[in-house]
Design a protein around this ligand. Sequence first.
Ligand SMILES: NC(=O)c1ccc[n+]([C@@H]2O[C@H](COP(=O)([O-])OP(=O)(O)OC[C@H]3O[C@@H](n4cnc5c(N)ncnc54)[C@H](OP(=O)(O)O)[C@@H]3O)[C@@H](O)[C@H]2O)c1
Length: 212
Amino acid sequence: MLGARREDRLREVVDRITAQGGEAVGVITDVTNREDLKRLTDTAVERFGRLDVLVSNAGTMAVSRFDDLRQDDWDAMVATHITGLLNGIGAALPVFRRQRSGHFVNVASTAAYTVKSPQAVYAATKAAVKVLTEGLRQESGPDLRVTLVSPGFINTEGVGKGASPEVAAAFIRQRDEMAIPPSAIASAIGYAMEQPPGVDISEIVVRPTAQA
Ligand SMILES: NC(=O)c1ccc[n+]([C@@H]2O[C@H](COP(=O)([O-])OP(=O)(O)OC[C@H]3O[C@@H](n4cnc5c(N)ncnc54)[C@H](OP(=O)(O)O)[C@@H]3O)[C@@H](O)[C@H]2O)c1
């Protein structure tokens, strides 16, 4: 099951998976919209009979200095990282409880561990992801699994996207110097998922060796 806002990109991934003999379904999803998450999890259950894992990965790195007053970007980070994560929990938790199994994988950032200017709003919302994930883990027993995955610099199109011009330039420079591929995060998530029942990988931090 794939959820994303951009229909063309969603269709492209679904087509790539089905062309290789896999089965995939895409649902247009804006994580800030509670109904969209519900539709995503309901569709998973309808089409595949169950929901094994919810990976909450949507994020925005529209970072800027406070003096720039980019308040829409602050709001978007709060809405995507905090409300979006809660919408996923609200949609998947009843399904997981009914099944007596399920796995939340929440993507934070190394920014959840240390704040570096001008990333304060981003870091605060990612610290919230970390806190919510730990609280959820404490309440999720005895059947459910909860994993926090915190990437460092990863080579994606999102680095610098929407950030103020000087921040974007610095981020892109750092990305080009040291970023590691997204597959490093995918394999960390795969590792958490492939554990036998009863084993919870609670927290994974994956960063380039070159990242201070
Ligand atoms: N790349 C890094 O260095 C890095 C480091 C630490 C943590 N992370 C985290 O890793 C995650 C993935 O980021 P990325 O690097 O892969 O960036 P990306 O290429 O920009 O991917 C982020 C995705 O999230 C989607 N998204 C944003 N807001 C959304 C919403 N309201 N509803 C649904 N989807 C939404 C974006 O969709 P649209 O295409 O529609 O905008 C985009 O596809 C994020 O949570 C990010 O904070 C990344």
